[in-house]
Design a protein around this ligand. Structure first.
Ligand SMILES: Nc1ncnc2c1ncn2[C@@H]1O[C@H](COP(=O)(O)OP(=O)(O)OP(=O)(O)O)[C@@H](O)[C@H]1O
Ligand SMILES: [Mg+2]
Length: 254
């Protein structure tokens, strides 16, 4: 069983010639097969956590440990993290001009599986995955995210998730900006991957809407750079009703 273990993680970022600590001691364990939802106010550091786990160079880890199956993740390059089984669906997916979706997916799959997927089965695999996500097959020949609508970008993230089958998937606001039908389609995609029982899911979200489709085992409140409370699915409803004031009172941002 793969386990992602985050212990007392501290992360800083350089901004305006100053070093700012964003993550202030994050503790979290995500096991394969589990789904964790992280909810918290804007600017509390949720995306910073996602980027730090993925190895974004902007973020400096100044303390703590991150391991996947006991292997030190912090020591790994971005590539190595992906090969080790970490996957990040970004809050704001980036455009990759000049690279088609189809080439991008095959290159990623080759890197992660350690060998190029056989072309015939691969084409079928991609086609079927796109159909399940109600994506027009024409997207395969378009450049990654270029001119994609917000919802199309999110579907493309889930397409990658389904094809790459990571051990731990971090989904940063994959639900934001989706219409009701897209939310269902995207959630079904996430659930198909979860049903394998082989992926641990870290779902960062602002809304309990998506949690109606993707049932979390654990819900965490993220405030001021750390997890300040953990509970079951009922915690999400409490947050929706009561907001985060109870967690952010008393100069939270400092
Ligand atoms: N590259 C960066 N340069 C400067 N400041 C940054 C950078 N990345 C993050 N920050 C700051 O760190 C804080 C946390 O940002 P982050 O994006 O992690 O928040 P979040 O919890 O994901 O918020 P949201 O719910 O709005 O997505 C913010 O104050 C943000 O301005
Ligand atoms: Mg964010």
């Amino acid at each position: 069983m793969a386990t992602l273990e985050i212990r007392d993680l501290h992360v800083t970022v350089e901004a305006d010639n100053a070093t700012k600590e964003i993550l202030k001691g994050v503790d979290l364990t995500v096991k394969q097969g589990e789904t964790h939802a992280i909810m918290g106010p804007n600017g509390s550091g949720k995306s910073t956590l996602a980027y730090s786990l993925a190895g974004h160079p902007k973020y400096t880890i100044t303390g703590g440990t991150v391991t996947l199956d006991g292997e030190d993740v912090i020591e790994m390059s971005v590539d190595e993290r992906a090969r080790a089984g970490l996957f990040l669906a970004m809050q704001y997916p980036v455009e990759v001009p000049g690279v088609s979706v189809s080439n991008f997916l095959r290159t990623s799959a080759t890197a992660i599986r350690g060998e190029a997927p056989k072309l015939r089965t691969w084409v079928k695999e991609v086609k079927e995955a796109m159909e399940r996500l109600n994506m027009d097959p024409a997207f395969a020949e378009r450049n990654v995210n270029e001119g994609f609508s917000g919802g199309e970008k999110k579907r493309h993230e889930i397409l990658q998730l389904e094809l790459l089958k990571p051990k731990v998937a971090i989904l940063d606001e994959t639900d934001s900006g989706l219409d009701v039908d897209a939310l269902r389609v995207v959630s079904e995609g996430v659930n198909r991957v979860r049903e394998s029982g082989e992926v641990g899911t870290l779902l960062i979200t602002h809304y309990t809407r998506i949690l109606r489709y993707i049932k979390p085992d654990h819900v965490h409140v993220f405030a001021n750079g750390r997890i300040v409370e953990s509970g079951g699915p009922e915690l999400a409803d409490k947050l929706e009703n009561e907001g985060y004031e109870a967690y952010t009172k008393g100069g939270a941002s400092e």
